[in-house]
Design a protein around this ligand. Structure first.
Ligand SMILES: [Zn+2]
Length: 341
């Protein structure tokens, strides 16, 4: 008993993400689930999750494995949750329809936690076929991404996937579907930043997400794309969700692009570099083509409210880009007209 408590304490020290309550192995052993239901599998742990996991570790029954999967998810260890669910799905004993439904639901939650909602989709569809449980159905609907435009822009532009910066899981309760995008808005991150190393850029994006979710209560990082000082484009918020970057209703159907750096004049300011500006143009042009809007729908944050974002050094670059896009578009129209006659 003492040794187990010691092991559990060690685990807790190693995994500070898990909420700690007074360990009580006796209760955990008595609470081994014998059924598969929302109440037995998905109930919030009343004692230390790692202690409950320890008590469940010797059982290979479907209810125990499913409960373990849930507890691993609760402790934000999605891979361990997937492993436990897979033991139910592919173990020696064929699972019942109900057991399979819970295993797939838990695996879908784990993929979502890992920032891989696409991988969750198949499991979610299967759960809907397998279960009649209204609460489980409701949870599956909440987890299923809304239908909408493809989350990633056409493959002709290299874009660092969302998982490349190891985002915290989005909070779907605070996200709304975007629908068809019809405009784009440029921002700066307002932090001096010249580092071009991928790991440093990923860390900077994580920092922005943390600020947006932690201090502003956004459902995710506010921007759909971020451009680092090396000109790499990173996927931020999933394009199926409305952004949080231009204040209230201005966010509707509005793609948010944040260029990393502080483009104010004077102390702490810097100019956007050519690599960033080149990528910004490439991305904006691609988005315009893909969603069918014109250069008049390319904005700076300062078009919507009194703000210094994206900074005068960037505003002039955006104005130049819009000018060039208008000329390019007019040129394209003339060419088409000539070709038509
Ligand atoms: Zn802004």
């Amino acid at each position: 008993m003492r040794r187990l408590t010691f092991v559990a304490t060690l685990l807790l020290l190693a995994l500070p993400g898990c909420v700690s309550t007074a360990p009580s192995l006796g209760t955990a052993a008595a609470d081994l689930p014998s059924t598969v239901s929302i109440d037995s599998i998905l109930a919030k742990p009343t004692l230390d999750p790692d202690v409950e996991l320890e008590a469940l570790s010797r059982s290979r029954s479907a209810p125990s494995l499913l409960r373990r999967s849930y507890l691993e998810l609760y402790c934000r260890r999605p891979q361990a949750a997937i492993d436990a669910a897979a033991e139910v799905l592919y173990g020696l004993r064929k699972p019942s329809a109900n057991e399979e439904a819970f295993a797939r639901y838990l695996r879908a939650e784990a993929y979502t936690q890992m920032g891989k909602p696409e991988q969750a989709r198949f499991d979610l569809e299967r759960v809907q076929q397998l279960t009649l449980d209204a609460e489980l159905q409701r949870r599956v609907r909440a987890l299923t991404p809304p239908a909408g435009p493809a989350p990633v822009v056409v493959a002709s532009i290299p874009i660092e996937s969302r998982s490349a910066w190891s985002p915290a899981p989005e909070n779907r309760a605070n996200l709304e579907p975007m629908g068809q995008p019809r405009r784009v808005t440029i921002h700066h991150s307002a932090m001096y930043f010249r580092d071009t190393r991928p790991a440093a850029c990923a860390a900077q994006i994580q920092r922005i997400q943390k600020e947006h979710m932690g201090n502003r209560d956004y459902g995710d990082i506010g921007y759909h794309f971020l451009i680092d000082p090396a000109g790499r484009i990173w996927q931020g918020r999933d394009m199926r969700y409305q952004g949080a970057h231009a204040s209230g209703i201005n966010n509707r159907q509005n793609i948010g692009i944040c260029v990393l750096g502080n483009f104010l004049r004077g102390r702490g300011g810097q100019g956007p570099n050519p690599a960033q500006l080149g990528s910004m143009r490439m991305l904006v042009r691609q988005l315009m083509q893909q969603y069918g809007f014109g250069p008049d729908e390319v904005h700076c944050h300062s078009d919507f409210k009194a703000t210094e974002c994206p900074g005068p050094l960037m505003e002039s670059a955006v104005a130049q880009m819009v000018h060039d896009l208008q000329r390019g578009e007019a040129g394209g129209r003339v060419a088409a007209a000539v070709a038509g006659h």
